[in-house]
Ligand binder design. Structure first.
Ligand code: GLN
Length: 264
């Protein structure tokens, strides 16, 4: 097999990533030498990757890595693959002053680790219910040398009596039975990280209900949500006594993050 043939076997960027991993060469060097014949062991490794990809397995799980907010994160099927739209949540959070931040349902640790990297002086706590995901997040923190405090449990459960300047979460928000769950990467991701009840808002309701008891006066809450959920999420926030409630669109123009602040 020639490099050129391998590159034609999958969507270009994916083929490049998988071929670079199989060969140990950079993506650039793979692209620069399409006429080069692949050594047998590299071809075997690439064919194995391509077969997994052809079955639908996400590239991030095959590589075991995904970049988020400039951080290379280890990923496994124990946690949701970090998405570019979640970088909006991080950007909005970084537009706020905070000495302490809490990330609920941290998964790979993506949001908490990005916040800690950008605000090393802040105390960042990350909560995760899945023990396997929590271990993954801790491994990411260690590898990146980022001192995030990890807690095992559901939403605010492990931070009883504690208050924060900032609460952020990318909770599960997909509706049960949503046909989107049978397509693409999500088929391989943990259901518990994706699905939240009939309307997809079960997790958001629990988080918003308890948020005022865990925010400092003037503290901010920012939540990611799905297409068409922004009105419902804003109503929940307002009902909980959150002020200055607003929604922000992602790069695709989809209302993606809503939030506000506790009165000072
Ligand atoms: N954005 C994801 C999807 O629909 C869902 C992520 C989530 O539920 N937090 O593919």
């Amino acid at each position: 097999m020639k490099i050129a043939d391998a590159l034609r076997a999958l969507e270009a960027r994916e083929a490049r990533l998988l071929l670079a991993r199989a060969s140990g060469f950079s993506e650039a060097s793979v692209l620069a030498h399409p006429e080069r014949e692949l050594p047998a062991d590299v071809e075997a490794a690439f064919r194995a990757f391509a077969a997994r990809r052809a079955r639908g397995e996400p590239v991030a799980y095959i590589l075991g890595e995904k970049e988020f907010y400039g951080l290379p994160l280890a990923v496994t099927p124990a946690a949701l693959i970090p998405r570019p739209e979640t970088e909006l949540l991080v950007e909005l959070a970084l537009g706020e002053p905070f000495d302490s931040a809490l990330d609920l349902g941290t998964g790979t640790g993506a949001i908490a680790l990005a916040l800690k990297r950008q605000r090393p002086e802040a105390r960042v706590v990350a909560v995760e219910r899945s023990a396997a995901a929590l271990a993954l997040a801790q491994r990411n923190a260690q590898k990146l040398g980022l001192d995030v405090e990890f807690r095992h449990g559901l939403w605010f459960g492990p931070v009883a009596g504690e208050r924060f300047d900032l609460v952020v979460s990318n909770p599960p928000y997909v509706r049960e039975g949503d046909p989107h769950l049978e397509e693409g990467d999500v088929r391989f991701e943990p259901r518990a990280a994706l699905v939240a009840g009939q309307d997809g808002l079960d997790a958001v309701r629990e988080i918003v209900r308890d948020a005022p008891g865990h925010l400092n006066p003037g503290g901010r809450i920012l939540l990611e949500h799905g297409l068409g959920q922004d009105g419902a999420v804003r109503s929940l926030l307002v009902e909980a006594g959150i002020e200055g409630v607003a929604t922000w669109p992602d790069l695709a123009g989809i209302a993606r993050v809503s939030g506000g602040r506790l009165k000072s």
